[in-house]
Design a protein around this ligand. Structure first.
Ligand code: IVH
Length: 677
């Protein structure tokens, strides 16, 4: 017995149409605008109701019904589809000079035009697709192919939830070809690869390959399970309808029709604006949720575009300004093991120097012994190295076909290359460790670097090189020794003048006044980073209670599990650590007591923050830690209870919600000021 049993046929048809529209609207909010309109349960309920109706009355299941996104049977091969208008490609520019040449050529051809506006867009690193809507209904989709015709991926593309199956308008064009890029967001790519590895399958090398591999599945049910998304960036054939006369306005219109358009698209007044955009996007590109490999400049005015025309397969009116390549080929000269702060042994490949991501790279990490085995890197191998943003360069893969002489596989050493202590690898752990503790010079050195680092005690002027020299000269063996340094001792350091020595001593003195979260972070307890240190400080308020706490008490701190609790207890019960801690305190390291009374004085205590978009000086984690350290909370969605929305580049629809609710919106600068206040 169902709710529809007693409905008249017309009412059932109407109900199905209503449900389709409702579910499409929910899909649009959730997948295009990034804000969910209703709870998941409500969505599921409506979808199930529609599925049930359609299974009882199969004639109701129109091809553009939201129930039809998944589940068609696999095809034997991809059919060919001819594009209404050819799909062009873009010329590339790799330097500012090439971009200026592009602009000069255009201005010469359009000498009569007073101003030249450009639409500037990220160059998405995925696959170009052509999606055809007939009378506003999703009809078919094709890959770019040779530009004239591509492969029919109608069923596969339909599984992308952010792609509307019906355009949001009452007057759709008769024919509309939407051009856009299909990509796999980075988070989805990582998750997908983790799952693939767990299943014993080969992971994809990068999100672009993952997107390509997912689209080229003859079984659309496989595509459906992959986290694909699409940004529209243009149109092809348009019949029986009119669209705006400028690229920027066209993208606005596509957005209104329900398509997802990259929120970083802008229009600028001149080539200087283009170059400024290139710099801005370059700074935030690694914080975006998807991969881009450059930016695209397009003459905004379609009339001007027509006048400029094409040369072979690329328009004169657009160019892709590419970021420097982040991957390059080079040869492995050797593999060494570096010992970290906690003894972790990291295999590092020594390489023939090569330009990657705009800098010269001669070392690349192999992460751990498991990775080294999996990638099977050997001396003499040709490898792909990757350097993305501030991330440490890494070896991505070995090109086996280039392996001429077969060197033996690299083995994990039995003894630490620095101190000779035994190397230990417990159970199934990927990490192998030197068991030398502070007997190992490498571990001593890394412990002190961490202690002095910016997010720990922040000892200005005590950089990595200087720590190396202090440890080499055996002037400093533990963090406590830093506070015993004096002019006499520092005179032993080569090339250090009295002025620098005095400055260093002053910074060490200044660092004695700190905060409890910083101090706990500085101690370098295994698995206790900035966020956990802040949580521990918040919970215990003082060092004393934390030192005496049992594992059970420590585990009652949010997000602290048994392993971290055991590490904390282990640290404070270790006699050597106890001596160091006592010496540090005796040297006068101090912080303001976080008593209950004081805690409530902080302006931000109890406030609720929401983050959206990419910040340039914070990751999500570090912004969350900075907020938590001030007694405030981070929530994922904007509501009446939100006190501040912090908005970076490429914000989501949270901005509109915040505006609607009157929640104050802070840019990065205002956020930093508030944190500092
Ligand atoms: S416009 C005539 N805009 O880059 C203009 N392309 O090398 C044709 N791409 O095949 C393309 N982001 O796959 C355009 N914002 C963007 C783009 C973009 C990525 C890709 C697209 C195209 C390739 C051209």
């Amino acid at each position: 017995m169902t709710a529809h049993e007693n409905l008249a046929p017309e009412a059932i048809v109407q109900r199905a149409e209503l449900l389709r529209r409702l579910i499409e609207r929910y899909n649009h909010s959730y997948y295009v605008l990034d804000s969910s309109e209703v709870p998941d349960g409500e969505y599921d309920l409506r979808l199930r109701e529609l599925q049930e109706l359609e299974s009882r009355f199969p004639q109701l299941a129109t091809p553009d019904s939201p129930t039809q996104r998944v589940g068609t049977a696999p095809a034997a091969a991809f059919a060919e589809l001819r594009h209404g208008l050819p799909m062009l490609s873009l010329d590339n520019a790799f330097s500012e000079a090439e971009v200026r040449d592009f602009d000069r050529r255009i201005r010469e051809r359009l000498a009569h035009m007073a101003s030249l506006r450009y639409c500037v867009e990220p160059k998405l690193d995925g696959l170009a697709v052509n999606v055809t809507y007939l009378d506003g209904h999703y009809a078919r989709a094709a890959t770019r192919g040779d530009g004239e015709k591509g492969e029919d991926i109608t069923a596969n593309l339909k599984t992308i939830r952010s792609l509307p199956l019906r355009l949001r308008t009452d007057k759709p064009p008769r024919v509309l070809e939407v051009r856009g890029e299909v990509f796999m967001p980075i988070a989805g790519f990582r998750r997908f690869n983790e799952q693939a590895t767990e299943r014993g399958e080969k992971p994809f090398v990068n999100p672009r390959n993952a997107a390509a591999g997912s689209l080229r599945q003859l079984d659309p049910r496989i595509s459906a399970a992959r986290p694909l998304d699409l940004f529209a960036y243009g149109v092809g054939e348009v019949q029986g309808g009119s669209l705006p006369g400028r690229q920027g306005e066209l993208l606005e219109e596509l957005r209104r029709l329900g398509l997802r358009v990259c929120p970083l698209v802008r229009t600028v007044e001149s080539i200087e604006g283009c170059l400024e955009y290139f710099r801005q996007i370059g700074q935030v590109r690694h914080q975006l949720a998807y991969q881009i490999d450059g930016v695209v400049y397009k003459v905004d005015d379609f009339g001007a575009q027509r006048e400029l025309g094409f040369v072979s397969r690329a328009p004169r009116w657009a160019i892709a300004h590419k970021f420097p390549a982040e991957e390059a080929l080079t040869k492995v000269r050797g593999v060494e093991f570096q010992v970290g702060r906690t003894g972790a042994m990291t295999p590092v490949a020594r390489l023939d120097p090569v330009q990657v991501g705009g800098v010269t790279v001669s070392n690349a990490t192999l992460h751990n012994i498991e990775e080294l085995r999996r990638k099977d890197v050997r001396v003499g191998d040709t490898v792909v190295v990757r350097r993305a943003g501030d991330v440490i360069p890494e070896v991505v893969e070995v090109l086996r076909e280039y392996r001429a002489v077969v060197a033996p596989p690299i083995e994990l050493p039995m003894f630490c290359p620095v101190c000779g202590s035994a190397v230990e690898r417990s159970g199934d752990q990927a990490v192998a460790r030197c068991t030398g503790g502070r007997r190992c010079a490498a571990q001593r050195r890394e412990e002190i670097k961490h202690f002095a680092s910016r997010r720990a005690l922040d000892i200005r002027g005590l950089g990595e090189k200087l720590v190396d020299r202090l440890v080499e000269a055996d002037l400093v063996r533990t963090p406590a020794d830093l506070f015993d340094l004096d002019l006499h001792a520092l005179a032993k350091i080569e090339r250090m003048g009295e002025r620098s020595a005095r400055k260093l001593l002053a910074s060490i003195e200044a660092a004695k006044s700190t905060t409890l979260p910083r101090f706990l972070n500085a101690l370098g307890i295994r698995d206790v980073g900035e966020a956990t240190a802040a949580a521990l400080a918040e919970h215990f308020g003082e060092l004393g209670p934390l030192r005496g706490a049992t594992p059970g008490e420590i585990q009652s701190v949010p997000d602290v599990g048994p392993i971290v609790a055991a590490n904390v207890v282990g640290y404070f019960h270790d006699p050597e650590n106890t001596v160091i801690l006592e010496r540090l305190l005796a040297h006068g390291i101090h912080w303001t007591r976080l008593t209950a009374a004081r805690k409530h004085e902080g302006r931000l205590v109890g406030k609720v923050f929401v983050l959206t978009g990419a910040l340039s000086r914070y990751t999500r984690e570090s912004a969350t830690a900075a907020i938590a350290a001030r007694g405030a909370k981070v929530s994922t969605s904007v509501s009446k209870r939100t006190d501040y929305l912090v908005s970076g580049v490429d914000p989501g629809s949270k901005i509109e919600k915040a505006q609607a609710l009157g929640v104050p919106i802070l840019d990065e600068e205002a956020f930093e000021k508030l944190l500092a206040s």
